[in-house]
Ligand binder design. Structure first.
Ligand SMILES: Cc1cc2nc3c(=O)[nH]c(=O)nc-3n(C[C@H](O)[C@H](O)[C@H](O)COP(=O)(O)OP(=O)(O)OC[C@H]3O[C@@H](n4cnc5c(N)ncnc54)[C@H](O)[C@@H]3O)c2cc1C
Length: 415
């Protein structure tokens, strides 16, 4: 049977696109099958920060206490919608079990390895292929209003060196001089000079451009509806536009992974972690580098072409409504820290479902029970940051090269 490509890539988000690029570089032909438009789902309206500084996982000692406190605040950054959902209950239980120092440290080190590799690769990819995506290696600052929280962050910051994270403490007076966009009275900031940012929709569009330029095929409007399997092998997939065949199949469905891959008997422990963003025209006085408003967990990113507030982690299943209270909370939080909290023109209100695993590590590598099915999903809050590292690692595995990063912690059979 004639193949449509060496590798069929299912899903054209930032992960599918990055995998396509690195497979092409490895000499494989690729065909991306995307049911909508590439980069138009979770990879579209996110905050666009490139943050190896986020290596410490969410499941940490103290997270449960904090989460329970937040549950009592209707517009808090974390919200679990109370409902009977066995998959969510299991996920939360597994997450809670990992809120200890040992698991936190192990997952942090595994995350750090992929994040650091990806941070280096992204810059090389953007420079090497002249990707026009407003990339700037400015660093990112975490801003504290509360003096006690800031003091605690200062005490904790040397410990981040273990994850390869450089930090710099910015005292209140220097912060006030350095960042005129902030209101007076901030307690201080922790700066992460190794972080960067880009415009994620532009990054995806540029990845698609170089994939096509290298001979990759991108089919938009091609929904995967089923799989053509023989024993433990996939011959191809069924799509809304007919069957497609490939020697290997790489599934990068992001938050939709559990539903689609269930057809193959795979249980993918991903919950959608809903987040919101609002995009504006750039205000005159925008922060010089992305900032995280720590007490409110809101991220503020400014590009030459715009300005975005983004945040919240809501476990409400695949609920696709835009919650006004949560959107308003973004603007309220920004007004507590910034002189010009919003831009002059509102351009887009958006939500996305982060593909969250309970150990905060992505699922990368061969699918259990399938010889030629590969998984690249579960990137949670860091899919843009991990994109190039993931693409490179999957290309290493599929092309049979020695992987640049030890793939063991990300294996799908760990659950
Ligand atoms: C508010 C918010 C802020 C964020 N900020 C950041 C940040 O600053 N930095 C960072 O690194 N990450 C950030 N993230 C996380 C990041 O957006 C995600 O981790 C990343 O976009 C996931 O990419 P993906 O390719 O796996 O998923 P997606 O972009 O969702 O791609 C999956 C694709 O699969 C397609 N698909 C689904 N089902 C089918 C089917 N049956 N057939 C064909 N195609 C199908 C979908 O249409 C979609 O295009 C943020 C997320 C949110 C919500």
């Amino acid at each position: 049977m004639q193949e449509d490509a060496d590798v069929l890539i299912l899903g054209g988000g930032v992960i599918g696109l990055a995998c396509a690029h690195y497979l092409l570089q490895g000499g494989r032909s690729v065909r991306i099958l995307e049911r909508g438009n590439v980069g138009a789902a979770t990879s579209h309206g996110n905050c666009g920060t490139i943050t190896p500084s986020h290596a410490p996982p969410l499941a940490a000692p103290g997270t449960i206490r904090k989460a329970l406190r937040w549950m009592l605040t209707p517009d808090a950054p974390l919200y679990v919608k109370p409902r009977l959902d066995p998959a969510l209950a299991h996920w939360l239980l597994q997450f809670a079990r990992r809120c200890n120092l040992g698991d936190w440290r192990a997952a942090g080190l595994a995350k750090a390895a992929l994040l650091q590799s990806s941070r280096t690769l992204i810059e090389g990819l953007i420079k090497g292929h002249a990707l026009d995506c407003e990339f700037e290696p400015t660093g990112v600052r975490h801003i504290y209003k509360d003096a006690m929280e800031f003091e605690q962050a200062c005490r904790d910051s040397p410990g981040l060196a273990e994850f390869g994270i450089a930090t710099e403490i910015v005292a209140a007076d220097r912060l006030a001089r350095d960042e005129p966009a902030l209101l007076p009275g901030m307690a201080g900031a922790i700066e992460f000079p190794g972080d960067a940012h880009l415009r994620p929709d532009r990054y995806c569009a540029e990845l698609a451009r170089i994939v096509r330029a290298q001979g990759g095929i991108i089919e938009e409007g091609a929904a995967v509806t089923g799989f053509i399997a023989q024993g433990g092998r996939l011959d191809g997939v069924r799509t809304s536009d007919g069957p497609r065949r490939g020697r290997d199949v790489l599934a990068a469905f992001g938050p939709w992974s559990p539903a689609v891959l269930r057809q193959l008997g795979l249980k993918i422990p991903i919950q959608p972690g809903k987040g919101y963003s609002i995009t504006y025209a750039r205000p005159a006085l925008a922060p010089r580098m992305p900032i995280v408003l720590k007490e409110r967990s809101v991220c503020v990113t400014a590009w030459g072409s715009g300005y975005r507030l983004g945040s919240t982690m809501e476990f409400s299943g695949y609920d696709d409504s835009l919650n006004r209270r949560r959107l308003d909370a973004l603007e309220r939080a920004a007004a507590e820290y910034l002189r010009e909290p919003v831009g002059p023109v509102k351009q887009e209100e958006w939500f996305g479902w982060r593909p969250m695993t309970w150990d905060d590590l992505p699922i990368l590598g061969q699918a259990p029970g399938w010889t030629n099915l590969w998984l690249a999903t579960g990137h949670g809050m860091l899919g843009v940051t991990m994109s190039a590292g993931t693409g490179n690692l999957l290309a290493d595995l599929i092309c049979g090269r020695v992987p640049a990063v030890d793939p063991t912690p990300y294996r799908a059979d760990r659950f």
